[in-house]
Each structure stands twice: as C-alpha cells, then as structure tokens.
Design a protein around this ligand. Structure first.
Ligand SMILES: Cc1cc2nc3c(=O)[nH]c(=O)nc-3n(C[C@H](O)[C@H](O)[C@H](O)COP(=O)(O)O)c2cc1C
Length: 222
C-alpha cells in the first residue's frame, strides 16, 4: 500500500476513484491531521475560507448519519436503476457494479472510521454568477477545492474515500446531529477508511480532446 509522499501528484489524480468499501479500522490521528491540513490549503474566493469540516468519529453520530444516508441511497439507487434500464449492456454492467459498491457503503456507512462533513458559510461564497438566470455553481468552488484536496490526500495516505452529497438532502437533521450553526450549510460527506479491497486504481474518463477546446468552443485541441 503506497504511503504519503510515495505517490506522485499525477499518479494520485489519475487513480483517485470512488472507494466505497472501507474497513472499520481506525485512521491514526497524524494521518487524519494531514488530510485535514491538505484541505486547509485549498484556494477560496477572496481567500475567505468560508468552509469548515466536522470529522465525525463518534459512533452514535456516525450510526445516525449511516441511517440517514441509507434512506437516501435506497431511493437514489432505485431511480438510477430505472434510468439505465434501456442503456447498452456495458453501461448497465458498469452501473450495476457501482450500485453494488454503493449498497455496501450504504449498509456500512456508520462503521466507517471517519466521516468528513464539509460545511460552508452561505454569506461568504463569492457567488459571481448569482445573477445569470441559471443555477449558480461558483459558490461551490469555495468549498469543493478543499474537498478535492482532502480526497487527494486520502489517496496519498492509502485511504479509500468517496465524495458523497446525498446527506445534503437532509441537511436539517445533519445540522442538528453535529451542532452545525445556522446559517451554515453542508456540501459533502466524505467517508474515509482503509480499503477493504483494491482501493484506488484505474478510472474511466472522457479523453481531454472531448473535454478541452482551443481558443473557441468546439475547436479541437491538437
Ligand atoms: C458532486 C458529487 C456527488 C457525489 N455523490 C455521491 C453519493 O452521494 N454517493 C456515492 O456513492 N457517490 C457519490 N459520488 C461519487 C461519484 O459517483 C463518482 O465520483 C463517479 O461515479 C466516478 O466514479 P470513479 O471515480 O470511481 O470513476 C459523487 C461525486 C460527486 C463529484
């Protein structure tokens, strides 16, 4: 298992995948501290750092988060399965693998050694696209940079992890459970722990030629 500093940044980024099967073994304090410190290095709009993270280790609170997560996962996965009913065989197979891993996570969410609940201050998100007449996404950029840093640090530490957002559907319950004050919101819950199986590894993404253009939209990057 690679440990911190033994993996290059590009190798870490290109093998950072959703790891949903985690062992309950504890994450040592120094390791968790490095993950949280990596999150703290993230850029935010105006360097306001309008985010905080609650590292949940308390068994009863994790248990409750697990129950809430499992309820949301049940309806999400049922919906998702319906959506892919007519998809090609290969897509259905890939999705079923993801759903099986997701079922495992939902059943064991509460046994995860640490759940990182990322919170944001809606008053300070530097939302420069607020008046565009569409959903705003810029605010999220002042917190998900921290989440991604934490995920990459987990990768470097040999910890499995997955960014989840289903608990945001029941933010009031999560807020009360963790004592998160108004008007702070929740952006993600990241269960972390040592992988039960192979952990991080190859990922499947669109090629850069499909994602990036040169000078104008649609112009091939060659
Ligand atoms: C915004 C966002 C929300 C996500 N929410 C969940 C979630 O609630 N539960 C879950 O199991 N995975 C969740 N994921 C993980 C994605 O399903 C996963 O990153 C994607 O399928 C790619 O998987 P891979 O990295 O293993 O290739 C989320 C990812 C993102 C970026």
């Amino acid at each position: 298992m690679p440990t911190v500093n033994e993996i290059g940044l590009y190798a870490a980024m290109s093998t950072l995948r959703a790891v949903r099967r985690l062992r309950p073994d504890p994450v040592p304090d120094p390791v968790l501290r490095r993950v949280l410190e990596a999150a703290s290095w993230a850029p935010t709009g105006g360097n306001v750092q309008p985010w905080r993270v609650v590292a949940v280790r308390d068994e009863a609170r994790k248990q409750r988060l697990g129950e809430l997560y499992a309820e949301r996962w049940a309806s999400y996965s049922a919906q998702h399965r319906k959506l892919i009913a007519d998809a090609p065989e290969s897509v259905r197979e890939r999705t079923e693998r993801m759903l099986a891993a997701g079922n495992y996570l939902a059943e064991h969410f509460g046994e995860t050694p640490v759940v990182l609940v990322f919170c944001f201050d809606p008053r300070n998100m530097a939302i420069t696209d607020a008046k565009q007449g569409r959903i705003s996404v810029v605010g999220g950029a002042s917190i998900y940079t921290a989440v991604q840093n934490a995920l990459l640090a987990c990768r470097a530490e040999g910890l499995g992890c997955v960014l989840t957002t289903l608990l945001c559907e029941c933010e009031p319950e999560v807020r009360e459970l963790l004592g998160i004050p108004e008007p702070w919101g929740t952006a993600a819950a990241v269960p972390i722990g040592y992988p039960l199986l192979r952990g991080h590894g190859p990922i499947s993404r669109r090629p850069v030629e499909k994602l990036a253009f040169l000078d104008t939209w649609g112009r091939a990057w060659r």
